[in-house]
Design a protein around this ligand. Structure first.
Ligand SMILES: NC(=O)C1=CN([C@@H]2O[C@H](COP(=O)(O)OP(=O)(O)OC[C@H]3O[C@@H](n4cnc5c(N)ncnc54)[C@H](OP(=O)(O)O)[C@@H]3O)[C@@H](O)[C@H]2O)C=CC1
Ligand SMILES: O=C(O)C1=N[C@H](C(=O)O)C[C@H](O)C1
Length: 236
């Protein structure tokens, strides 16, 4: 397939390596400094850019009738507008805060653990994410997905980025920045007598990039708004 890469930084370049090895061709590498020439000729677009560019990139692909996968985080206030555009144009759009298979399994574990904890008393939850120092957004998109899934299954109703003040129904998220860390997420429930933790640690960006290419392959020929759950057949 012919791929338009919307964003050609750490992730765009990793995706190119994997896509090329799977027999695909990259026909556009969009950065801050060039335009969308050639986008119309792509079979699929993959957006890994910056929060301020994601909406323009995704809209450009939908308006050119090109299916688009996005992994950019930090722009989700506009998710509703993008899904509306996709529906109006009869396009295809897939967003995931994390494309790695391991994290998508971890999402399901997180939901199950939250449901079990919800049947007991006395545990407090906290979420931690660790990323490289170049990351623009905090908390990570993955941490937000994890807290949304905890909220859907427990009495919690909000997340708070530490060190802000936390009340009874808030989930505290701690975001740490360490040079070169590709991405680690953990969820910990602590009671008076014990602690339960689950953690996912990415060793590199390969898992994210492979998942994004698999999602792009899957999206071609489809119409609508999708998630990684549709691609992987995980969960409800
Ligand atoms: N969902 C997932 O699985 C994952 C998501 N991410 C997310 O993906 C995004 C990108 O991450 P990463 O590759 O590490 O970031 P980088 O900073 O390495 O790359 C960002 C790229 O976006 C480009 N860019 C800036 N402005 C525009 C614009 N107006 N149009 C198009 N491209 C633009 C930059 O261009 P230039 O080179 O000119 O500066 C650069 O090539 C982040 O939001 C990150 O959180 C990351 C990993 C996994
Ligand atoms: O910026 C990153 O690097 C990552 N961003 C995503 C996020 O915000 O959750 C996914 C991954 O953890 C790497």
């Amino acid at each position: 397939m012919k791929i338009a890469l919307l964003g050609y930084g750490k992730m765009g370049q990793e995706i190119e390596k994997i896509a090329t090895a799977r027999g695909h061709e990259v026909i556009l590498r969009k950065t801050e400094n060039n335009n969308f020439d050639g986008l119309k000729n792509a079979d699929v677009a993959i957006d890994f850019s910056v929060p301020t560019a994601a909406i323009t990139n995704i809209s450009a692909a939908i308006n050119d009738n090109v299916p688009v996968v996005s992994g950019t985080t930090g722009w989700l206030d506009d998710y509703g507008a993008i899904t509306e555009l996709c529906q109006n144009k009869n396009g295809a759009f897939l967003y995931a805060s994390n494309f790695s298979l391991g994290v998508n399994i971890f999402f399901e574990l997180n939901k199950k653990l939250a449901q079990l904890i919800n049947q007991t008393d006395g545990y407090r939850v906290e979420v931690e994410e660790i990323h490289h120092t170049q990351k623009l957004d905090a908390p990570s998109g993955t941490a937000i997905t994890l807290t949304q899934d905890i909220i859907a299954n427990t009495h919690y109703n909000n997340w708070v980025l530490m060190p802000d003040e936390v009340t009874e129904n808030d989930i505290p998220i701690t975001a740490k920045r360490i040079e070169k860390a590709p991405g680690t997420h953990s969820i910990t429930y602590t009671s008076e007598v014990d602690k339960i933790s689950i953690e996912h640690e990415a060793f590199s960006r390969q898992g994210f990039a492979l998942g994004a290419v698999i999602a792009a392959e899957w999206l071609i020929g489809k119409k609508g708004v999708f998630s990684m759950k549709d691609v992987l057949g995980l969960g409800n």
